[in-house]
Write a protein that binds this ligand. Sequence first.
Ligand code: 5GP
Length: 209
Amino acid sequence: MEKREGLVFVVSAPSGTGKTTLVERLVREVPHLVESRSYTSRAQRQGEHDGVDYNFISREAFEQMIARDEFLEWADVFGNYYGTRASDTAALQASGVDVVLVIDVQGERQVRARGVPMVGIFVMPPSFEVLEHRLRGRSKDSEDAMRRRLQTARDEVAGYTDYDYVVVNDDLEPAVDRLRAIVLAERSRRSVMAPVAHAIMRTFGITQA
Ligand code: 5GP
């Protein structure tokens, strides 16, 4: 197959929806698909590794990168900076792999506004009650912080209309199946497959499409 520029998939979901697990499974199962590593100024959590989960940097370093216009997109989420460096994504795309950005809705809007061709996938919890239950089960947040998270989730869910696809994460396996189906369908678009189709046409002695 001829090498093509990688596609960009943007995955967003309110926190507690299980998107990290979903995307980990997706990139493990689909060849030539990688997750972009974001930069963040938030503190490293136990079990996280610098350069693996995120590139952990100081607020000052992050602000310098903003000033140098290095970010494809960035946002302030719960008081911490998060961003995707444009040159990281571009390098991955140029190497021919498709890239998944797991970013929030503010980030998705910026990528779209920049005119970068992208496929937006919004992951939803099955209901508000399920999300609240999941969040309360895993979190050591204060009641105040929990309310803020839940309010943010409400605002984010309302933004699903900006996306091309919606996946409900009720059960892990069917949700991974759907994500995989979306990636494979997007890879099969005529516009994406045109170079391959042309190469095949040439074997038929047809030189123009
Ligand atoms: P966490 O701190 O739990 O890892 O992530 C908090 C939120 O930040 C999540 O909603 C996640 O999607 C979002 N996020 C992570 N990386 C980025 C990024 O590079 N850009 C944007 N806009 N959001 C991000």
